[in-house]
Design a protein around this ligand. Structure first.
Ligand SMILES: Nc1nc2c(c(=O)[nH]1)N(C=O)[C@@H](CNc1ccc(C(=O)N[C@@H](CCC(=O)O)C(=O)O)cc1)CN2
Ligand SMILES: Nc1ncnc2c1ncn2[C@@H]1O[C@H](COP(=O)(O)OP(=O)(O)OP(=O)(O)O)[C@@H](O)[C@H]1O
Length: 232
């Protein structure tokens, strides 16, 4: 603290000045303010919900899956058309579907053909923000962390303007439940400017709340096969 500043002087009975880090950097959260017992309960509940939602998604028929993917792609086109983040030759980050996630690859190909740059996320360092690399229909995909297909290391690294985040679960506040790696939260906390984030998943994956924790960052939009559920 600089000399002459007395704004954080200890007053009352506190042993230390109040933590102002969150005011300086909204991505910062103070682990000491999180109740470890409550954090453990939430983590356990999330693990059980992920399992339940994963099972529900697995039981969809192939025609339901196809219809869902098509409805989501139509919804995305509408969103991109109405938002500045969807204009020009900016970078849109998609995902390569795993574990019965909606398949949006036809839209990746279509947008690439119309001049849009398309990227995919990679876990290059564990427990760190994701890296995004350009994808084209010619890209020879490799197996990355968790066996997820990813562009090779020589594909250019880019900063996305829009990020699509597949979701296992979502709530009406725009919070997203993923696979439990915390990767999208870390990525959104690290990127400046923060990209426009669109959570993509099934309407049936709605939860009353995900019990948001200090590290959880809400999506700007939640899109399901029914249309835009949150934001937009
Ligand atoms: N198709 C697709 N690609 C994607 C994502 C996604 O959700 N879908 N991701 C979205 O973020 C990132 C990868 N997400 C991951 C999330 C969790 C774990 C993982 O190792 N999970 C552990 C449990 C969590 C832990 O304790 O670290 C595990 O299941 O063993 C790996 C990758 C980037 N690519
Ligand atoms: N910004 C962050 N900094 C440090 N740790 C973080 C951050 N964001 C999330 N984490 C850690 O990641 C763990 C998993 O988070 P969470 O349950 O929100 O994952 P998720 O959103 O379902 O996963 P993913 O985005 O990978 O699909 C949490 O225990 C949390 O401590």
């Amino acid at each position: 603290m600089g000399n002459g500043s007395n704004s954080f002087k200890n007053e009352g009975n506190f042993a230390s000045p109040p933590c102002m880090a969150a005011e300086v950097d909204p991505g910062y959260f103070d682990p000491l303010t999180v109740d470890p017992e409550q954090e453990r309960d939430v983590a356990r509940w999330r693990t059980a919900e992920r399992k339940r939602l994963r099972e529900a998604r697995r039981t969809l028929s192939s025609s339901q899956r196809k219809a869902t993917g098509e409805a989501l792609m139509a919804g995305l086109k509408k969103l991109f058309a109405g938002h500045s983040a969807g204009a020009g030759d900016g970078v849109a980050a998609f995902y390569w579907p795993i574990k019965d996630e909606p398949d949006l690859r036809p839209l990746m190909t279509e947008m690439h053909a119309s001049g849009r740059r398309i990227a995919l996320p990679l876990v290059e360092t564990r427990a760190a923000p994701l890296v995004f690399r350009l994808w084209t229909p010619e890209t020879r995909m490799e197996r990355g962390h968790w066996n997820i297909p990813v562009p090779p290391r020589d594909a250019p690294e880019v900063m996305p303007d829009v990020v699509l985040a597949p979701l296992m679960g979502w709530d009406s506040e725009g919070y997203r439940l993923g696979y439990g790696g915390g990767y999208f939260d870390r990525t959104l906390a690290a990127l400046s400017p923060r990209p426009f984030s669109i959570g993509v998943g099934l309407a049936a994956a709605q939860l009353p709340t995900i019990y948001p924790q200090p590290h959880d960052i809400p999506m700007d939009v939640i899109l399901t096969e029914r249309g835009t559920e949150v934001g937009g």
